[in-house]
Design a protein around this ligand. Structure first.
Ligand SMILES: Cc1cc2nc3c(=O)[nH]c(=O)nc-3n(C[C@H](O)[C@H](O)[C@H](O)COP(=O)(O)O)c2cc1C
Length: 321
């Protein structure tokens, strides 16, 4: 059932609610079917896919930290072909938009993944640009506006789907990256991915994670994520999907007030698997309490005067085509 109170359209994608399952924290969605009514979720963003299967990192991959976790999964996934043959058909039995998160280690690899996934049944692509560029000494694509531009342009050329670019927070100037990918044709932005961190085992006198460093997520990163959404929302004209430590309706509202048209729940799915259902109900209750007829009304309301009136929920590159 479409709930116009919470509904939102992003880059041509019609979502029943602005609540999305964040990539890597919800498997391929079907694993959560017994815990969450998938038909009520705004969209499912599946685990990051590469062209060929990837085994991920060796050694310990996850460790808890104050108000969060550090992960170094190493982007383990079964590859595009397996996903298309074995997982997508199952996922398509639910009435929920499917966003496929993709990555590569070269611009050509990103282009090839986008092309392989340009099939019916996938609603949008989300590009993870936090990956190392093997041709540039392992520098992450998402830390350089030129490299990020090349990836977005290559993906756009090879897909008919709306393209969402997921920004890395491991940069000094998030706005320049956001502008670059908008100019390159991205239809929407996701922010943020995990923050680079590490933990040392004091007794063993060694890093805990097999990969030494990992990505920090969970409530610990929320203030950083809200700040980045707030900064970027003032400077771009495409919609933003905000994420980073969202666990309650209050958290989701913070991101929307900062300018996010939709939000994604990540780490909270791991310790409270029904978070997306609880948030749906809590946001409906919020609208009733505040006498709001459409939740999108609040998007960007915490932005400085003059920025508030921009129609955040309707802007995108996709509809310009
Ligand atoms: C275990 C784990 C795996 C993740 N895998 C991916 C991934 O494959 N692709 C991606 O773009 N982001 C990935 N992320 C990042 C999340 O989608 C999200 O951007 C980040 O964790 C911040 O949100 P959160 O604090 O709600 O988890 C992963 C995060 C975690 C915790």
């Amino acid at each position: 059932m479409v709930n116009s109170l919470l509904a939102v359209t992003i880059a041509g994608l019609h979502l029943k609610t602005p609540l999305i399952a964040a990539s890597g924290t919800f498997g391929f969605g079907v694993e959560f079917a017994d815990l969450v009514n998938l038909n009520q979720v705004g969209a499912i963003c599946v685990k990051g896919l590469s062209l060929t299967p990837c085994a991920g990192n060796k050694g310990q991959r996850v460790v808890s930290t104050p108000s969060g976790i550090l992960n170094a999964i190493g982007l383990e996934n079964p590859g595009c072909t397996y996903f298309l043959e074995h997982i997508l058909p199952q996922l398509r039995t639910y009435q929920v938009p499917v966003i496929v998160n993709i990555y590569g280690h070269s611009v050509e690899e990103y282009a090839a993944v986008a092309q392989a996934l340009d099939v019916e049944g996938i609603d949008a692509l989300e590009i993870n640009i936090s990956c190392p560029n093997v041709k540039q000494g392992g520098l992450a694509f998402g830390t350089d506006p030129h490299m990020a531009t090349s990836v977005v342009q290559a993906v756009k050329k090879n897909t008919h789907k709306p393209v969402i670019t997921k920004l890395s927070p491991n940069v000094t100037d998030i706005v320049s990256l956001a502008r670059a990918v908008e100019d390159a044709g991205s239809d929407a932005l996701s922010l943020i991915n995990t923050l680079l961190g590490m933990k040392i085992d004091v007794r063993a006198r060694k890093p805990v994670l097999g990969n030494i460093v990992g990505g920090l997520s969970g409530p610990a990163i929320r203030p950083v994520a809200v700040r980045m959404v707030y900064q970027v929302a003032q400077q771009v004209h495409i919609p933003i999907i905000g994420m980073g430590g969202i666990a309650t309706a209050q958290d989701a509202l913070e991101f929307m007030l900062a300018g996010a048209s939709a939000i994604a729940v990540g780490t909270a799915n791991l310790y409270q698997p029904d978070t997306l259902c609880t948030l749906t109900q809590d946001l409906q209750d919020y609208c009733a309490r505040e006498q709001i007829s459409c939740l999108q009304e609040i998007v960007g309301q915490a932005l400085p005067q003059g920025k508030k009136s921009m129609p955040y929920f309707s802007r995108n590159n996709y509809d310009k085509k």
